[in-house]
Write a protein that binds this ligand. Structure first.
Ligand code: 5GP
Ligand code: ZN
Length: 140
């Protein structure tokens, strides 16, 4: 038996407000929303993070995310929204079953990603791109 809260939501062992589902993913309302309508898109199979999601499931997950983003914009007449995913404890993940957040945004809603942006010193941008490119295994 899974102890994962999202697996239990998917199997209907625990209740949630389900918005929609397709073959690969389900979308529910987040219990503690940033704004009302904040939705989660969760793959039906248990994968702890984005890296573990097999390629054949990505399309279905993203297509449900796209449909939910459209629905939120229409429902609340939004000027904008964020979608994001926390992967790993250090990145703020608290439920270790991969999911994507989609949340409405409003003017002056006082939500800030506090970033201190860097500049690349001479040459480091090219070197960085080169290092990453060497590790890209497959692109479909
Ligand atoms: P994370 O912190 O992993 O990026 O996001 C987990 C999200 O799941 C949180 O925003 C949290 O509010 C939501 N969440 C946790 N437990 C439940 C639950 O039992 N039901 C619902 N609907 N959302 C949950
Ligand atoms: Zn799970």
């Amino acid at each position: 038996m899974s102890t994962c809260i999202f697996c239990k939501i998917i199997s209907r062992e625990i209740p949630s407000e389900i918005l929609a589902e397709n073959e690969y993913a389900i979308s529910i309302l987040d219990l503690n929303p940033i704004h009302y309508g904040h939705a989660l898109i969760i793959p039906k199979n248990h994968h702890k993070d984005f890296l573990e999601v097999p390629g054949n499931e990505i399309g279905g997950i993203m297509s449900l995310t796209h449909a939910i983003a459209h629905a939120l914009v229409k429902t609340y007449n939004l000027q904008g929204f964020n979608f994001f995913s926390n992967n790993g404890e250090i990145a703020g993940q608290s439920v270790f079953h991969f999911h994507i957040h989609v949340t409405p945004r409003y003017p002056n809603d006082d939500i800030h990603f506090q970033l201190s942006l860097k500049k690349y010193p001479d040459g480091l941008m090219k070197e960085t791109a080169q290092r990453i490119k060497e590790n890209i295994s497959s692109i479909k």
